[in-house]
Design a protein. Structure first.
Length: 118
């Protein structure tokens, strides 16, 4: 079972922001912005490239709900999904990074210093 499926099953603890029958949102363990949430479908899908449009419609609404809940809907935010090795996907369970809480830079993401991202 993949890491995020274990988080869904509560076998691995996470800091949950929102949950419903189909989706889960939790804080990224290594935040790259003041707000950094991961939104995932509860069904295992490897990546965005493998997801059905029917799941994406609910996911879109869920992501917007998270932005409102985190108070970043008015100030703006960024949604990223990494796909495969060249996309930099480390966890092979579809997830959307929701980043905000500061004016984000465009063009790179620093792994070493989160402050370099905004
Ligand atoms: P990717 O590089 O696959 O797009 O992003 C994976 C994300 O998952 C990374 O931002 C990483 O910090 C986060 N992550 C990895 N392991 C865990 C974990 O056990 N718990 C949480 N909350 N986030 C994790
Ligand atoms: Zn999974």
């Amino acid at each position: 079972m993949c890491l995020f499926c274990k988080i869904i099953n509560k076998e691995i603890p996470s800091n949950i922001v929102a949950e419903n029958d189909d989706f889960l949102a939790f804080h990224d363990i290594n935040p790259k912005a003041p707000v950094h949430i991961l939104a995932i479908p509860k069904i295992h899908v490897d990546s965005f490239h493998d997801v059905d449009a029917s799941i994406m419609s609910g996911m879109t609404e869920f992501i917007k709900e998270i932005a409102v809940k985190m108070g970043i809907d008015n100030t703006g935010y960024r949604v990223i999904t990494n796909i495969g090795d060249d996309g930099g996907q480390e966890v092979k369970h579809l997830h959307f990074h929701i980043l905000g809480g500061a004016k984000l830079k465009w063009g790179h993401f620093s792994d070493s210093n989160p402050k370099d991202n905004f």
